[in-house]
Design a protein around this ligand. Structure first.
Ligand code: PGA
Length: 246
């Protein structure tokens, strides 16, 4: 595991990794996280694309999760956010985007379909981490072998995500989410953590035991994980002298 701490340096490291993956395989499949955390990474990638430094025109995009019941054209759906904030600015063709359908008539069947999509191979998965240690919508207690499925959201997750939806009451109580086991099958993983609110979760994920109580700790089982964190999110690691950059 490679851990890079800093503001601009860490974002540059993440952008370099994405660019490297696409340079090596122009038709790479990239898994994108939503949320506030990866926004600076996506902005940097869009800047590089504008400057002609990276070309996503043949790349494919997949999602980590989606709110149950929201259609892709719903402004609060993750599919909509991904198109608006990531794949649009990066120039990834719509026909190369295959996101979870929150409004699928049979959500369980949609999860099975998505496992088949992901089984073709995810070259790089971008991840955030929740304050409670979740990755995607795999809340504490999730088995490391879990697959894409319908999940109930923890009250704290609904609260934390409120800003994206109009009110807490409007925030769905369930989602479709890649499982921890599904995520671990990506060839490379880029975990991003920003802000003091993530410090404890990041410390548990990287330094604690592999434990379903902190789903992100399962990333210790993967052999190609890059963690980029700002100083605030890495505070617990720094105090323990545990930052490694190899
Ligand atoms: P955030 O979410 O980027 O909105 O903090 C991260 C996550 O919950 O995975």
């Amino acid at each position: 595991m490679r851990v890079v701490v800093g503001a601009d340096d860490a974002i540059a490291t993440g952008a370099n990794l994405v660019a490297e993956v696409v340079a090596a395989r122009p038709d790479a499949t990239l898994g994108f996280a939503t949320g506030a955390t990866p926004a600076p990474l996506y902005a940097e990638l869009a800047r590089r694309r504008q400057a002609g430094l990276v070309d996503f025109s043949r790349a494919h995009a997949v999602a980590l999760d989606e709110y149950l019941g929201l259609a892709p054209d719903h402004a609060d759906s993750y599919a909509h956010q991904l198109h608006r904030e990531v794949t649009g600015p990066l120039g990834i063709a719509r026909e190369h985007c295959d996101f979870l359908r929150g409004d699928a008539p049979d959500p369980d069947e949609e999860c099975v379909r998505y496992e088949r999509v992901l089984a073709r191979g995810v070259d790089l998965q971008v991840l955030g981490i929740g304050r409670n240690g979740h990755i995607a919508f795999n809340e504490p207690g999730t088995d490391v072998a879990s697959r894409t499925r319908v999940v109930q959201l923890a009250p704290s997750t609904r609260q934390a995500n409120r800003g994206l939806l109009s009110t807490l009451a409007d925030t769905p109580e369930a989602a479709l989410s890649q499982g921890v086991g599904t995520i671990l099958e990506a060839r490379r993983i880029l975990l991003i953590a920003r802000g003091a609110a993530k410090a404890e979760a990041l410390e548990r994920a990287l330094r604690g035991p592999v434990d379903p109580a902190c789903p992100a700790s399962a990333l210790q089982l993967h052999d190609d994980v890059t963690v980029i964190a700002d100083e605030e999110a890495a505070a617990g690691l720094a105090q323990a002298g545990a930052i490694r950059s190899t």
